[in-house]
Write a protein that binds this ligand. Structure first.
Ligand code: FAD
Length: 597
Protein backbone atom coordinates (compact mmCIF):
# COMPACT_ATOMS: atom_id res chain seq x y z
CA UNK A 1 0.00 0.00 0.00
CA UNK A 2 1.44 3.35 -1.08
CA UNK A 3 0.06 5.30 1.79
CA UNK A 4 1.29 2.96 4.49
CA UNK A 5 4.18 4.04 6.72
CA UNK A 6 5.81 2.43 9.70
CA UNK A 7 7.77 4.11 12.50
CA UNK A 8 8.46 3.13 16.10
CA UNK A 9 7.12 6.46 17.28
CA UNK A 10 4.70 8.91 15.68
CA UNK A 11 4.56 12.41 17.14
CA UNK A 12 1.44 14.37 16.21
CA UNK A 13 2.20 18.09 16.37
CA UNK A 14 5.32 20.14 15.79
CA UNK A 15 4.99 22.82 18.49
CA UNK A 16 7.31 22.94 21.47
CA UNK A 17 5.95 19.73 23.04
CA UNK A 18 6.01 17.77 19.79
CA UNK A 19 9.51 18.88 18.80
CA UNK A 20 10.95 18.26 22.25
CA UNK A 21 9.52 14.74 22.35
CA UNK A 22 10.64 14.06 18.76
CA UNK A 23 14.13 15.27 19.58
CA UNK A 24 14.43 12.77 22.41
CA UNK A 25 12.51 9.94 20.75
CA UNK A 26 14.51 10.14 17.54
CA UNK A 27 17.81 9.60 19.33
CA UNK A 28 16.92 5.99 19.97
CA UNK A 29 13.93 5.00 17.86
CA UNK A 30 12.67 5.63 14.33
CA UNK A 31 10.46 8.69 14.70
CA UNK A 32 8.26 10.82 12.46
CA UNK A 33 6.45 14.06 13.21
CA UNK A 34 3.08 14.74 11.57
CA UNK A 35 1.86 18.32 11.63
CA UNK A 36 -1.12 20.01 10.08
CA UNK A 37 0.92 23.22 9.98
CA UNK A 38 4.42 23.84 8.79
CA UNK A 39 6.26 23.27 12.12
CA UNK A 40 7.44 26.81 12.76
CA UNK A 41 3.87 28.11 12.37
CA UNK A 42 2.79 26.26 15.52
CA UNK A 43 1.19 28.33 18.26
CA UNK A 44 4.24 27.96 20.51
CA UNK A 45 5.85 30.52 18.19
CA UNK A 46 3.46 33.22 19.40
CA UNK A 47 4.36 32.87 23.09
CA UNK A 48 5.71 36.14 24.27
CA UNK A 49 6.54 36.61 27.91
CA UNK A 50 8.84 33.82 29.03
CA UNK A 51 9.53 30.39 30.44
CA UNK A 52 9.54 29.92 34.22
CA UNK A 53 12.62 28.57 36.02
CA UNK A 54 14.02 29.44 39.44
CA UNK A 55 17.50 30.32 38.18
CA UNK A 56 17.82 33.05 40.79
CA UNK A 57 19.83 35.26 38.40
CA UNK A 58 18.28 38.52 39.60
CA UNK A 59 17.11 37.68 43.11
CA UNK A 60 17.13 34.72 45.44
CA UNK A 61 14.82 31.97 44.15
CA UNK A 62 14.36 28.21 44.54
CA UNK A 63 12.60 25.38 42.67
CA UNK A 64 10.73 24.71 45.94
CA UNK A 65 9.25 28.23 45.82
CA UNK A 66 8.30 27.68 42.19
CA UNK A 67 6.62 24.41 43.22
CA UNK A 68 4.61 26.02 45.99
CA UNK A 69 3.56 28.97 43.80
CA UNK A 70 2.35 26.54 41.14
CA UNK A 71 0.36 24.50 43.67
CA UNK A 72 -1.17 27.66 45.08
CA UNK A 73 -1.78 29.10 41.60
CA UNK A 74 -3.57 25.87 40.63
CA UNK A 75 -5.99 26.56 43.51
CA UNK A 76 -4.78 23.25 44.96
CA UNK A 77 -6.18 21.18 42.11
CA UNK A 78 -2.77 20.49 40.51
CA UNK A 79 -1.19 17.11 41.21
CA UNK A 80 1.68 17.95 43.50
CA UNK A 81 3.97 15.12 42.38
CA UNK A 82 3.75 16.37 38.78
CA UNK A 83 4.25 19.99 39.84
CA UNK A 84 7.33 19.15 41.87
CA UNK A 85 8.70 17.16 38.92
CA UNK A 86 8.12 20.04 36.50
CA UNK A 87 9.58 22.75 38.72
CA UNK A 88 12.64 20.71 39.65
CA UNK A 89 13.39 20.04 35.96
CA UNK A 90 12.90 23.70 35.04
CA UNK A 91 16.41 24.95 35.79
CA UNK A 92 18.31 22.21 33.91
CA UNK A 93 15.94 22.36 30.94
CA UNK A 94 16.38 26.12 30.49
CA UNK A 95 20.16 25.64 30.51
CA UNK A 96 19.74 22.79 28.05
CA UNK A 97 17.97 25.17 25.66
CA UNK A 98 20.61 27.81 26.25
CA UNK A 99 23.27 25.28 25.24
CA UNK A 100 21.28 24.44 22.11
CA UNK A 101 21.74 28.09 21.18
CA UNK A 102 18.50 29.74 22.28
CA UNK A 103 19.20 33.50 22.31
CA UNK A 104 17.84 34.49 25.74
CA UNK A 105 17.88 38.16 26.76
CA UNK A 106 20.79 38.81 29.11
CA UNK A 107 21.58 40.62 32.35
CA UNK A 108 24.47 43.13 32.22
CA UNK A 109 26.81 40.41 33.52
CA UNK A 110 25.79 37.99 30.79
CA UNK A 111 23.51 35.55 32.60
CA UNK A 112 19.96 34.79 31.42
CA UNK A 113 17.70 37.80 32.18
CA UNK A 114 14.53 37.22 34.22
CA UNK A 115 11.39 39.24 34.91
CA UNK A 116 8.47 38.93 37.33
CA UNK A 117 5.20 37.28 36.22
CA UNK A 118 1.83 36.74 37.86
CA UNK A 119 1.73 34.43 40.88
CA UNK A 120 5.50 33.83 41.01
CA UNK A 121 6.68 35.00 44.42
CA UNK A 122 9.41 35.07 46.99
CA UNK A 123 7.87 32.61 49.46
CA UNK A 124 9.19 34.50 52.46
CA UNK A 125 8.17 38.07 51.60
CA UNK A 126 5.23 37.21 49.32
CA UNK A 127 6.51 39.78 46.82
CA UNK A 128 6.87 39.08 43.06
CA UNK A 129 10.14 37.36 42.13
CA UNK A 130 11.74 37.56 38.65
CA UNK A 131 11.46 33.96 37.45
CA UNK A 132 10.49 34.28 33.76
CA UNK A 133 13.44 33.65 31.44
CA UNK A 134 12.77 35.50 28.21
CA UNK A 135 13.95 36.44 24.82
CA UNK A 136 12.48 39.96 24.54
CA UNK A 137 8.77 39.24 23.93
CA UNK A 138 9.48 36.47 21.41
CA UNK A 139 10.33 33.63 23.76
CA UNK A 140 8.11 31.02 22.10
CA UNK A 141 9.40 31.93 18.66
CA UNK A 142 12.96 31.35 19.85
CA UNK A 143 12.07 28.04 21.51
CA UNK A 144 10.32 26.80 18.39
CA UNK A 145 13.14 27.81 16.03
CA UNK A 146 15.80 26.35 18.31
CA UNK A 147 14.05 23.00 18.69
CA UNK A 148 13.24 22.81 14.98
CA UNK A 149 16.90 23.36 14.11
CA UNK A 150 17.88 20.60 16.51
CA UNK A 151 15.35 18.21 14.98
CA UNK A 152 16.57 19.00 11.46
CA UNK A 153 20.16 18.46 12.58
CA UNK A 154 19.13 15.08 13.90
CA UNK A 155 17.28 14.13 10.70
CA UNK A 156 13.88 13.74 12.30
CA UNK A 157 11.41 12.80 9.54
CA UNK A 158 8.70 15.47 9.12
CA UNK A 159 5.38 15.06 7.35
CA UNK A 160 4.26 18.69 7.07
CA UNK A 161 0.62 19.48 6.34
CA UNK A 162 -0.49 16.01 7.29
CA UNK A 163 -3.53 16.31 9.54
CA UNK A 164 -4.27 13.40 11.85
CA UNK A 165 -7.97 12.49 11.93
CA UNK A 166 -7.96 9.28 13.96
CA UNK A 167 -5.92 7.18 16.33
CA UNK A 168 -5.89 3.40 15.88
CA UNK A 169 -6.30 1.24 18.95
CA UNK A 170 -6.42 -2.55 18.60
CA UNK A 171 -6.72 -5.08 21.44
CA UNK A 172 -6.48 -2.24 23.92
CA UNK A 173 -3.10 -1.19 22.55
CA UNK A 174 -2.12 1.82 20.41
CA UNK A 175 -1.33 0.83 16.82
CA UNK A 176 -0.95 4.10 14.90
CA UNK A 177 -2.82 7.02 13.36
CA UNK A 178 -4.71 7.95 10.21
CA UNK A 179 -3.83 11.26 8.56
CA UNK A 180 -5.02 13.21 5.55
CA UNK A 181 -2.35 14.66 3.30
CA UNK A 182 -3.77 18.15 2.87
CA UNK A 183 -2.27 18.79 -0.57
CA UNK A 184 -3.73 15.67 -2.20
CA UNK A 185 -6.64 14.78 0.06
CA UNK A 186 -5.30 11.22 0.31
CA UNK A 187 -5.52 9.25 3.53
CA UNK A 188 -2.40 7.66 5.01
CA UNK A 189 -1.95 5.02 7.68
CA UNK A 190 0.98 5.42 10.06
CA UNK A 191 1.66 2.17 11.88
CA UNK A 192 3.52 2.79 15.14
CA UNK A 193 4.38 1.25 18.48
CA UNK A 194 3.83 4.52 20.29
CA UNK A 195 1.89 7.67 19.40
CA UNK A 196 2.51 11.01 21.12
CA UNK A 197 -0.25 13.61 20.77
CA UNK A 198 1.10 17.17 21.06
CA UNK A 199 -1.65 19.01 19.21
CA UNK A 200 -2.07 22.09 21.42
CA UNK A 201 -5.27 23.71 22.72
CA UNK A 202 -8.81 24.66 21.76
CA UNK A 203 -9.40 28.34 22.56
CA UNK A 204 -11.42 28.74 19.35
CA UNK A 205 -14.40 27.44 21.30
CA UNK A 206 -14.73 31.03 22.61
CA UNK A 207 -15.45 34.28 20.82
CA UNK A 208 -12.68 36.43 22.25
CA UNK A 209 -9.46 34.42 22.24
CA UNK A 210 -5.72 34.81 21.99
CA UNK A 211 -5.48 31.45 20.27
CA UNK A 212 -4.56 30.70 16.66
CA UNK A 213 -7.28 29.72 14.15
CA UNK A 214 -5.77 26.25 14.18
CA UNK A 215 -6.54 25.76 17.89
CA UNK A 216 -9.47 23.47 17.21
CA UNK A 217 -8.84 20.81 19.83
CA UNK A 218 -8.20 17.98 17.36
CA UNK A 219 -6.28 15.83 19.84
CA UNK A 220 -8.91 15.80 22.56
CA UNK A 221 -11.76 15.36 20.05
CA UNK A 222 -10.05 12.39 18.35
CA UNK A 223 -9.33 10.62 21.62
CA UNK A 224 -12.85 11.29 22.98
CA UNK A 225 -14.24 9.57 19.87
CA UNK A 226 -12.06 6.56 20.66
CA UNK A 227 -13.36 6.20 24.20
CA UNK A 228 -10.52 8.01 25.99
CA UNK A 229 -11.73 10.52 28.60
CA UNK A 230 -10.77 14.17 28.88
CA UNK A 231 -9.80 15.67 32.25
CA UNK A 232 -10.76 18.97 33.92
CA UNK A 233 -12.29 20.50 30.81
CA UNK A 234 -14.20 23.09 32.86
CA UNK A 235 -10.95 24.83 33.68
CA UNK A 236 -10.13 27.18 30.82
CA UNK A 237 -8.01 30.21 31.49
CA UNK A 238 -9.01 33.74 30.52
CA UNK A 239 -5.90 35.88 30.26
CA UNK A 240 -6.60 39.39 31.57
CA UNK A 241 -5.02 41.35 28.75
CA UNK A 242 -6.27 40.65 25.24
CA UNK A 243 -6.60 43.54 22.80
CA UNK A 244 -10.16 44.88 23.09
CA UNK A 245 -12.59 43.11 20.73
CA UNK A 246 -9.80 41.15 19.03
CA UNK A 247 -8.42 39.04 21.85
CA UNK A 248 -4.84 39.24 20.53
CA UNK A 249 -2.57 38.75 23.51
CA UNK A 250 -0.67 41.47 25.32
CA UNK A 251 1.81 39.53 27.44
CA UNK A 252 1.75 39.57 31.23
CA UNK A 253 5.39 40.57 30.74
CA UNK A 254 4.05 44.12 30.33
CA UNK A 255 2.92 44.02 33.95
CA UNK A 256 6.15 42.18 34.85
CA UNK A 257 8.04 45.19 33.52
CA UNK A 258 5.89 47.50 35.65
CA UNK A 259 2.76 48.13 33.55
CA UNK A 260 -0.51 48.49 35.49
CA UNK A 261 -4.25 48.05 34.89
CA UNK A 262 -6.32 51.21 35.24
CA UNK A 263 -10.10 51.71 35.47
CA UNK A 264 -12.29 54.55 34.23
CA UNK A 265 -11.60 56.54 37.39
CA UNK A 266 -7.89 56.43 36.64
CA UNK A 267 -7.34 54.06 39.57
CA UNK A 268 -4.94 51.15 39.73
CA UNK A 269 -7.71 48.85 40.93
CA UNK A 270 -5.64 45.68 41.56
CA UNK A 271 -4.54 47.27 44.85
CA UNK A 272 -7.98 46.38 46.19
CA UNK A 273 -8.11 42.80 44.96
CA UNK A 274 -4.53 41.65 45.65
CA UNK A 275 -2.87 44.07 48.06
CA UNK A 276 0.55 42.37 48.07
CA UNK A 277 1.28 41.45 44.46
CA UNK A 278 -1.35 43.75 42.87
CA UNK A 279 -1.22 43.56 39.06
CA UNK A 280 0.87 40.41 39.34
CA UNK A 281 -1.80 38.26 40.99
CA UNK A 282 -2.67 35.02 39.21
CA UNK A 283 -4.66 35.36 36.00
CA UNK A 284 -7.98 34.04 37.27
CA UNK A 285 -7.96 36.68 40.00
CA UNK A 286 -7.02 39.57 37.70
CA UNK A 287 -9.60 38.61 35.03
CA UNK A 288 -12.35 38.45 37.65
CA UNK A 289 -11.31 41.78 39.12
CA UNK A 290 -11.62 43.36 35.66
CA UNK A 291 -15.12 41.90 35.22
CA UNK A 292 -16.20 43.17 38.62
CA UNK A 293 -14.87 46.64 37.83
CA UNK A 294 -16.70 46.64 34.51
CA UNK A 295 -19.89 45.36 36.09
CA UNK A 296 -19.78 48.23 38.55
CA UNK A 297 -19.50 50.71 35.71
CA UNK A 298 -15.78 51.38 35.96
CA UNK A 299 -14.88 49.99 32.54
CA UNK A 300 -13.30 52.70 30.39
CA UNK A 301 -16.11 55.01 29.18
CA UNK A 302 -18.54 52.52 30.76
CA UNK A 303 -17.51 49.92 28.16
CA UNK A 304 -16.22 46.38 28.60
CA UNK A 305 -12.52 47.13 28.60
CA UNK A 306 -9.82 48.51 30.89
CA UNK A 307 -6.56 50.29 30.23
CA UNK A 308 -3.22 48.54 30.40
CA UNK A 309 -0.74 51.32 30.95
CA UNK A 310 2.99 50.83 30.29
CA UNK A 311 3.90 54.48 29.74
CA UNK A 312 7.20 55.16 31.50
CA UNK A 313 5.70 57.91 33.69
CA UNK A 314 2.98 55.52 34.93
CA UNK A 315 5.41 52.64 35.45
CA UNK A 316 7.81 54.86 37.37
CA UNK A 317 5.08 56.36 39.54
CA UNK A 318 3.75 53.00 40.71
CA UNK A 319 7.21 51.40 40.97
CA UNK A 320 8.11 54.20 43.41
CA UNK A 321 4.85 53.65 45.31
CA UNK A 322 5.59 49.89 45.54
CA UNK A 323 9.22 50.52 46.51
CA UNK A 324 10.41 48.46 43.54
CA UNK A 325 14.20 48.42 43.15
CA UNK A 326 16.68 47.35 40.50
CA UNK A 327 18.99 44.42 41.40
CA UNK A 328 21.75 46.90 42.37
CA UNK A 329 19.40 48.55 44.90
CA UNK A 330 18.74 51.71 42.86
CA UNK A 331 15.09 52.80 42.28
CA UNK A 332 13.28 51.09 39.40
CA UNK A 333 13.01 53.78 36.71
CA UNK A 334 12.37 52.91 33.06
CA UNK A 335 12.59 54.86 29.83
CA UNK A 336 10.53 54.53 26.67
CA UNK A 337 13.55 53.04 24.87
CA UNK A 338 13.90 50.39 27.52
CA UNK A 339 10.24 49.36 27.26
CA UNK A 340 10.61 49.25 23.50
CA UNK A 341 13.66 47.00 23.65
CA UNK A 342 12.08 44.61 26.17
CA UNK A 343 8.64 44.49 24.55
CA UNK A 344 9.18 45.26 20.86
CA UNK A 345 6.39 43.03 19.50
CA UNK A 346 3.84 44.37 21.98
CA UNK A 347 4.60 47.92 20.90
CA UNK A 348 4.21 46.78 17.30
CA UNK A 349 0.91 44.95 17.95
CA UNK A 350 -0.59 47.96 19.71
CA UNK A 351 0.45 50.29 16.90
CA UNK A 352 -0.80 47.92 14.19
CA UNK A 353 -4.06 46.62 15.65
CA UNK A 354 -5.11 49.51 17.86
CA UNK A 355 -3.41 52.51 16.35
CA UNK A 356 -2.13 53.17 19.87
CA UNK A 357 1.48 53.84 20.78
CA UNK A 358 1.88 52.17 24.19
CA UNK A 359 4.92 54.25 25.07
CA UNK A 360 2.69 57.35 25.05
CA UNK A 361 -0.89 55.99 25.34
CA UNK A 362 -2.63 53.29 27.41
CA UNK A 363 -3.89 50.15 25.63
CA UNK A 364 -7.57 49.04 25.76
CA UNK A 365 -7.69 45.42 26.94
CA UNK A 366 -10.23 42.80 28.00
CA UNK A 367 -9.94 39.18 29.26
CA UNK A 368 -9.35 36.72 26.41
CA UNK A 369 -9.78 32.92 26.29
CA UNK A 370 -6.23 31.71 26.44
CA UNK A 371 -5.26 28.31 27.79
CA UNK A 372 -6.70 24.85 28.35
CA UNK A 373 -5.76 23.53 31.77
CA UNK A 374 -7.74 20.39 30.89
CA UNK A 375 -7.03 17.84 28.21
CA UNK A 376 -6.10 14.20 27.67
CA UNK A 377 -5.28 12.70 31.09
CA UNK A 378 -1.67 11.59 31.48
CA UNK A 379 0.86 10.71 34.15
CA UNK A 380 4.20 12.52 34.55
CA UNK A 381 5.75 10.51 31.72
CA UNK A 382 3.10 11.56 29.24
CA UNK A 383 1.38 8.13 29.36
CA UNK A 384 -2.32 8.48 28.69
CA UNK A 385 -4.47 7.17 31.53
CA UNK A 386 -8.07 6.24 30.90
CA UNK A 387 -9.95 6.01 34.19
CA UNK A 388 -10.09 7.11 37.81
CA UNK A 389 -7.59 4.36 38.73
CA UNK A 390 -5.04 5.83 36.28
CA UNK A 391 -4.94 2.73 34.07
CA UNK A 392 -2.39 3.33 31.31
CA UNK A 393 -3.39 2.89 27.66
CA UNK A 394 -0.27 1.14 26.29
CA UNK A 395 1.58 3.10 23.61
CA UNK A 396 -0.51 6.26 23.86
CA UNK A 397 1.08 9.53 25.03
CA UNK A 398 0.07 13.17 25.23
CA UNK A 399 2.20 16.23 26.04
CA UNK A 400 1.86 20.00 26.06
CA UNK A 401 -1.37 21.95 26.07
CA UNK A 402 -3.40 19.00 24.76
CA UNK A 403 -2.50 16.98 27.86
CA UNK A 404 -3.61 17.22 31.48
CA UNK A 405 -0.86 15.97 33.79
CA UNK A 406 -2.17 17.91 35.88
CA UNK A 407 0.56 20.46 36.56
CA UNK A 408 -1.76 23.47 36.31
CA UNK A 409 -4.85 22.31 38.16
CA UNK A 410 -7.60 24.92 38.07
CA UNK A 411 -5.40 27.82 36.91
CA UNK A 412 -2.03 27.96 35.17
CA UNK A 413 0.63 30.46 36.13
CA UNK A 414 2.15 32.49 33.31
CA UNK A 415 5.41 30.98 31.94
CA UNK A 416 4.48 27.52 33.17
CA UNK A 417 3.17 26.34 29.80
CA UNK A 418 6.42 26.84 27.93
CA UNK A 419 7.97 24.99 30.83
CA UNK A 420 5.35 22.25 30.66
CA UNK A 421 5.88 21.62 26.92
CA UNK A 422 9.64 21.33 27.38
CA UNK A 423 9.60 19.08 30.45
CA UNK A 424 6.66 16.83 29.65
CA UNK A 425 7.55 16.80 25.93
CA UNK A 426 11.00 15.51 26.80
CA UNK A 427 9.87 12.86 29.26
CA UNK A 428 7.07 11.63 26.98
CA UNK A 429 9.70 11.17 24.24
CA UNK A 430 12.01 9.28 26.59
CA UNK A 431 9.27 7.01 27.92
CA UNK A 432 7.96 6.28 24.44
CA UNK A 433 11.45 5.12 23.43
CA UNK A 434 11.66 2.80 26.38
CA UNK A 435 8.21 1.42 25.64
CA UNK A 436 8.99 0.94 21.94
CA UNK A 437 12.10 -1.08 22.79
CA UNK A 438 10.07 -3.45 24.91
CA UNK A 439 7.22 -4.07 22.51
CA UNK A 440 6.44 -5.12 18.94
CA UNK A 441 4.01 -3.51 16.49
CA UNK A 442 0.39 -4.18 17.36
CA UNK A 443 -1.60 -5.51 14.39
CA UNK A 444 -3.61 -2.84 12.61
CA UNK A 445 -7.39 -3.04 12.63
CA UNK A 446 -8.78 -4.85 9.57
CA UNK A 447 -10.14 -1.61 8.09
CA UNK A 448 -7.91 1.13 9.52
CA UNK A 449 -9.43 3.90 7.37
CA UNK A 450 -13.06 3.03 7.95
CA UNK A 451 -13.87 5.42 10.81
CA UNK A 452 -12.10 8.33 9.14
CA UNK A 453 -13.79 7.72 5.80
CA UNK A 454 -17.14 7.54 7.52
CA UNK A 455 -16.57 10.93 9.22
CA UNK A 456 -15.47 12.59 5.97
CA UNK A 457 -18.32 11.01 4.02
CA UNK A 458 -20.85 12.42 6.47
CA UNK A 459 -19.38 15.89 5.99
CA UNK A 460 -19.33 15.51 2.20
CA UNK A 461 -22.78 14.04 1.74
CA UNK A 462 -24.87 16.35 3.90
CA UNK A 463 -27.51 18.14 1.84
CA UNK A 464 -28.89 20.52 4.47
CA UNK A 465 -28.90 24.30 4.28
CA UNK A 466 -26.94 25.26 7.40
CA UNK A 467 -23.76 27.32 7.19
CA UNK A 468 -20.73 26.22 9.21
CA UNK A 469 -19.77 29.83 9.92
CA UNK A 470 -23.16 30.57 11.55
CA UNK A 471 -22.87 27.52 13.78
CA UNK A 472 -19.31 28.42 14.75
CA UNK A 473 -20.27 31.98 15.64
CA UNK A 474 -23.24 30.92 17.73
CA UNK A 475 -21.12 28.40 19.63
CA UNK A 476 -18.39 30.95 20.36
CA UNK A 477 -20.83 33.56 21.52
CA UNK A 478 -22.80 31.23 23.82
CA UNK A 479 -19.59 29.87 25.34
CA UNK A 480 -18.22 33.39 25.89
CA UNK A 481 -21.45 34.52 27.56
CA UNK A 482 -22.21 31.48 29.70
CA UNK A 483 -19.04 29.43 30.15
CA UNK A 484 -16.64 32.35 30.48
CA UNK A 485 -15.09 34.18 33.41
CA UNK A 486 -18.22 34.05 35.63
CA UNK A 487 -20.72 31.18 35.45
CA UNK A 488 -24.17 30.27 36.79
CA UNK A 489 -26.36 27.15 36.76
CA UNK A 490 -28.85 28.85 34.52
CA UNK A 491 -26.29 30.15 32.04
CA UNK A 492 -24.39 26.90 31.77
CA UNK A 493 -27.61 24.90 31.32
CA UNK A 494 -28.47 27.22 28.44
CA UNK A 495 -25.01 26.67 26.97
CA UNK A 496 -25.34 22.86 27.14
CA UNK A 497 -28.72 22.98 25.46
CA UNK A 498 -27.62 25.43 22.79
CA UNK A 499 -24.43 23.51 21.96
CA UNK A 500 -26.48 20.31 21.62
CA UNK A 501 -28.84 22.07 19.22
CA UNK A 502 -25.87 23.35 17.27
CA UNK A 503 -24.49 19.80 17.05
CA UNK A 504 -27.78 18.71 15.48
CA UNK A 505 -27.74 21.63 13.06
CA UNK A 506 -24.13 20.83 12.24
CA UNK A 507 -25.33 17.61 10.58
CA UNK A 508 -27.18 19.82 8.09
CA UNK A 509 -24.13 21.78 6.95
CA UNK A 510 -23.67 21.50 3.23
CA UNK A 511 -20.17 21.49 1.80
CA UNK A 512 -19.65 24.03 -0.99
CA UNK A 513 -16.37 22.53 -2.13
CA UNK A 514 -16.58 18.81 -2.90
CA UNK A 515 -13.15 18.49 -4.51
CA UNK A 516 -10.60 16.03 -3.14
CA UNK A 517 -7.52 18.22 -3.40
CA UNK A 518 -6.54 20.76 -0.72
CA UNK A 519 -10.11 20.98 0.46
CA UNK A 520 -9.77 23.47 3.30
CA UNK A 521 -13.54 23.75 3.71
CA UNK A 522 -13.86 20.04 4.42
CA UNK A 523 -11.09 20.21 7.01
CA UNK A 524 -12.41 23.33 8.63
CA UNK A 525 -15.84 21.72 8.98
CA UNK A 526 -14.24 18.68 10.56
CA UNK A 527 -12.47 21.03 12.98
CA UNK A 528 -15.74 22.76 13.81
CA UNK A 529 -17.12 19.33 14.74
CA UNK A 530 -14.20 18.99 17.15
CA UNK A 531 -14.88 22.39 18.70
CA UNK A 532 -18.55 21.54 19.18
CA UNK A 533 -17.64 18.30 20.98
CA UNK A 534 -15.21 20.18 23.19
CA UNK A 535 -17.73 22.93 23.91
CA UNK A 536 -20.23 20.30 25.01
CA UNK A 537 -17.91 18.41 27.36
CA UNK A 538 -16.62 21.72 28.75
CA UNK A 539 -20.10 23.03 29.52
CA UNK A 540 -21.27 19.71 30.99
CA UNK A 541 -18.16 19.38 33.20
CA UNK A 542 -18.56 23.00 34.34
CA UNK A 543 -22.25 22.65 35.11
CA UNK A 544 -21.55 19.62 37.31
CA UNK A 545 -18.85 21.28 39.44
CA UNK A 546 -20.73 23.08 42.17
CA UNK A 547 -17.95 25.23 43.58
CA UNK A 548 -15.61 28.04 42.52
CA UNK A 549 -11.97 27.13 42.02
CA UNK A 550 -9.30 28.79 39.87
CA UNK A 551 -10.68 29.63 36.45
CA UNK A 552 -14.09 28.12 37.26
CA UNK A 553 -15.96 30.91 39.06
CA UNK A 554 -19.63 30.31 39.85
CA UNK A 555 -21.80 33.13 41.08
CA UNK A 556 -24.16 30.58 42.66
CA UNK A 557 -21.35 28.68 44.42
CA UNK A 558 -18.79 31.42 45.10
CA UNK A 559 -16.55 29.42 47.47
CA UNK A 560 -14.04 26.66 46.94
CA UNK A 561 -15.35 23.43 48.45
CA UNK A 562 -12.44 21.15 49.33
CA UNK A 563 -14.62 18.70 51.15
CA UNK A 564 -16.61 17.73 48.10
CA UNK A 565 -14.61 18.92 45.12
CA UNK A 566 -10.90 18.20 45.67
CA UNK A 567 -11.06 16.00 42.59
CA UNK A 568 -10.34 15.98 38.88
CA UNK A 569 -13.24 15.67 36.49
CA UNK A 570 -13.10 12.90 33.89
CA UNK A 571 -15.51 13.18 30.98
CA UNK A 572 -16.35 10.61 28.29
CA UNK A 573 -18.44 10.75 25.14
CA UNK A 574 -20.08 7.37 24.78
CA UNK A 575 -22.55 6.80 21.94
CA UNK A 576 -23.06 10.52 21.74
CA UNK A 577 -23.78 10.80 25.49
CA UNK A 578 -21.57 12.64 27.96
CA UNK A 579 -20.56 10.76 31.14
CA UNK A 580 -18.65 12.05 34.15
CA UNK A 581 -16.46 10.54 36.83
CA UNK A 582 -13.93 11.97 39.29
CA UNK A 583 -10.46 11.07 40.53
CA UNK A 584 -8.55 12.30 43.54
CA UNK A 585 -5.94 15.07 43.46
CA UNK A 586 -2.38 14.03 44.40
CA UNK A 587 -1.29 15.91 47.50
CA UNK A 588 2.28 15.45 48.71
CA UNK A 589 3.41 18.40 50.84
CA UNK A 590 0.91 21.19 50.65
CA UNK A 591 -2.47 20.98 52.34
CA UNK A 592 -5.05 23.27 50.71
CA UNK A 593 -5.12 26.79 52.11
CA UNK A 594 -6.93 29.97 51.24
CA UNK A 595 -5.21 31.81 48.40
CA UNK A 596 -4.12 35.30 49.35
CA UNK A 597 -2.01 37.43 47.01
C1 FAD B 1 -0.52 34.31 22.20
C2 FAD B 1 0.01 33.33 23.20
C3 FAD B 1 1.06 33.69 24.03
C4 FAD B 1 1.54 32.79 24.98
N1 FAD B 1 2.59 33.16 25.79
C5 FAD B 1 3.09 32.27 26.68
C6 FAD B 1 4.23 32.59 27.49
O1 FAD B 1 4.81 33.66 27.38
N2 FAD B 1 4.66 31.67 28.37
C7 FAD B 1 4.06 30.46 28.50
O2 FAD B 1 4.51 29.66 29.32
N3 FAD B 1 3.00 30.12 27.74
C8 FAD B 1 2.52 31.00 26.83
N4 FAD B 1 1.44 30.63 26.06
C9 FAD B 1 0.94 29.25 26.10
C10 FAD B 1 1.90 28.34 25.34
O3 FAD B 1 2.55 29.06 24.34
C11 FAD B 1 1.18 27.17 24.69
O4 FAD B 1 0.35 26.54 25.62
C12 FAD B 1 2.20 26.15 24.19
O5 FAD B 1 3.17 26.76 23.38
C13 FAD B 1 1.53 25.02 23.44
O6 FAD B 1 2.53 24.20 22.89
P1 FAD B 1 2.17 22.79 22.27
O7 FAD B 1 3.45 22.21 21.78
O8 FAD B 1 1.36 22.04 23.23
O9 FAD B 1 1.22 23.15 21.04
P2 FAD B 1 1.45 24.05 19.73
O10 FAD B 1 2.70 24.83 19.77
O11 FAD B 1 0.22 24.76 19.47
O12 FAD B 1 1.61 22.98 18.62
C14 FAD B 1 0.52 22.18 18.20
C15 FAD B 1 0.96 21.40 16.99
O13 FAD B 1 0.00 20.40 16.71
C16 FAD B 1 -0.24 20.36 15.34
N5 FAD B 1 -1.58 19.78 15.17
C17 FAD B 1 -2.73 20.14 15.78
N6 FAD B 1 -3.73 19.34 15.39
C18 FAD B 1 -3.20 18.45 14.53
C19 FAD B 1 -3.71 17.35 13.80
N7 FAD B 1 -5.00 17.01 13.85
N8 FAD B 1 -2.87 16.67 12.99
C20 FAD B 1 -1.56 17.01 12.89
N9 FAD B 1 -1.02 18.03 13.57
C21 FAD B 1 -1.83 18.72 14.39
C22 FAD B 1 -0.05 21.76 14.85
O14 FAD B 1 0.29 21.75 13.48
C23 FAD B 1 1.11 22.21 15.72
O15 FAD B 1 2.33 21.86 15.12
C24 FAD B 1 0.96 31.51 25.09
C25 FAD B 1 -0.10 31.14 24.25
C26 FAD B 1 -0.58 32.05 23.33
C27 FAD B 1 -1.76 31.64 22.49
Amino acid sequence: MNNYHQYDIIVVGAGGAGLMSALYASKKASTAVLSKLYPTRSHTGTAQGGVGAALGNIEEDHPEWHTFDTVKGSDYLGDQDAIEFMCSKAVPIVYELEHMGLPFSRTPDGTIAQRPFGGHTNNITGMPVPRACYSADRTGHMILQTLYQQCIKQNVRFYDEFQVLDVLIENGVTAGVVAIELATGELHVFHAKAVIFATGGHGRVWEITSNAYTYSGDGVAITLRRGIPAEDMEFFQFHPTGIYKMGILITEGVRGEGGVLINDEGERFMNTYAPTVKDLASRDIVSRAMYLEMRDGRGINGKRYMYLDMRPETVNKYAAEDGRKRPDGSPYIVTGEEMLSKLPDIVDFARTYLGVDPVTQPMPVQPTAHYAMGGIPTDMYGRVVIDAENTVLPGMYAAGEVGCVSAHGANRLGTNSLLDILVFGKYAGLDAVEYSHKTGFETLPAEPLEFTQQQLEELRSSKGDERASDIGEEMKSVMNDYVGVFRTEDGMSKAVEKVRQLKERFKQVQLGDTSRIFNTELISNWELGNLLDLAEVTAVSALARKESRGAHAREDFPKRDDENWMSHTLVWMRDGKVELDYKPVVITKFEPMERVY
